[in-house]
Design a binder for this molecule. Structure first.
Ligand code: PHE
Length: 354
């Protein structure tokens, strides 16, 4: 082996330092830096070759001391340079990672609630009536037989009073209590409202009603109605037709036509059922209207004198009343074919109503 010159070794060490510095400046990935670390400081790395010289007995004690010091200093410098480069890369990586959290992007909106299509329909119906002077009042879902039937001129033998046929009766706690039930229509609020007030007035009454119907595409044991009642001297059946026509045109468009068909209700006389010229075929006949050209949408009439008598109004009082099913109107309005969709709480359905 060639005699060692400490001076040459020192030169080589300086070169190792500068080569490493250069390599580090080009290393732009953590793996590249790690490679350099292994090459210089690793067990078989460049620096260790020099450390090995110390144990080979080729150096004098003095030379060993001098080289030892130099090697330690170089080792420290290499470690420091490698560490610094590593840190710098970590920082830029961090900066790059935070780019994916762009603070200028719009935030994620929390899911907001919205009105159920039935509520939307109720509001739309009520708004039109309010625009022509009707006030909105609400009644009770639990009612007495008197308000739901007797006062409305529905006699005890009327089929709609049959238990488990047309009416949900509530269990009595004591026999002496009057029979209570879940209202089968919103008409009892006609009675409650008149009991406390004197005419003239015009009201609309939205609310839920209950009937023991088997559930199918067009029936449910609960649904919603909107009742109307106007009482004032001089009112005529013509006023009733006018009010309902204005409402229907506001609801279904200015070309909407209505047809009044004679009908029977115990609490109105004369009574009519009102049909809407089919909004899908303009009256020509289609699947929705069963080729009839007309869609039945509500019941109405001139308030029966027996009703006014039940609330203590004088003979000769005049008024008109109407009642409509909200689900039926919502189904027509939105083109929905199954009433059950309204009550199933399926978000895929409900989210279609903004
Ligand atoms: N209460 C009737 C029903 O549920 C509707 C109606 C109300 C008819 C007011 C006439 C007048 O079918």
């Amino acid at each position: 082996m060639e005699p060692l010159e400490i001076g040459r070794i020192e030169q080589e060490l300086e070169k190792l330092l500068s080569d490493t510095a250069q390599a580090l400046s080009k290393a732009d990935q953590p793996v590249a830096v790690e490679e350099i670390r292994v090459k210089t400081l690793g067990r078989r790395g460049g620096l260790n070759q020099f450390f090995n010289l110390l144990g080979q007995g080729v150096l004098t004690a003095e030379e060993k001391g001098r080289l030892g010091q130099k090697l330690n200093a170089v080792k420290q410098k290499l470690e420091q340079a490698i560490q610094e480069r590593q840190k710098k890369l970590d920082k830029t990586a961090g900066a790059r990672a935070s780019v994916s959290e762009d603070p200028t992007l719009p935030g994620i909106l929390p899911q907001g609630g919205r009105l159920h299509p039935i509520s939307q329909t109720i509001l739309e119906i009520l708004t039109i009536f309010q625009e022509i002077g009707f006030s909105v009042v609400e009644g009770f879902e639990g009612e007495t037989e008197f308000h739901n039937f007797d006062a409305l001129n529905i006699p005890p033998e009327h089929p709609s009073r049959t238990e488990s046929f047309d009416t949900f009766y509530l269990a009595k706690e004591r026999d002496a209590e009057p029979s209570r039930l879940l209202r089968s229509h919103t008409s009892p609020m006609q009675i409650r409202f008149m009991q406390g007030r004197q005419p003239p007035f015009r009201i609309v009454v939205p609310g839920r009603v209950f009937r023991p119907d088997a559930v199918d595409a067009s029936h449910c044991f609960q649904f919603h109605q909107i009742e109307g009642l106007a009482v004032a001297p001089g009112l005529t059946f013509g006023d009733l037709k006018g009010v309902l026509t204005v409402w229907a045109r506001g609801m279904f468009g200015s070309q909407t036509r209505l047809r009044f068909r004679p009908h029977y209700f115990p609490f109105t006389e004369p009574s009519a059922e009102v049909d809407l010229a089919c909004i899908f075929c303009a009256g020509k006949g289609c699947r929705v209207c069963g080729q009839k050209g007309w869609l039945e949408i509500l019941g109405c009439g001139t308030v029966h004198p027996a009703v006014f008598k039940a609330v203590g109004y004088p003979v000769g009082t005049i008024g008109f009343a109407f009642g409509m099913g909200v689900e039926r109107i919502a189904m027509l309005k939105f083109g929905i074919e199954d009433i059950r969709l309204f009550f199933e709480n399926d978000l895929r359905f409900l989210q279609q109503f903004p």
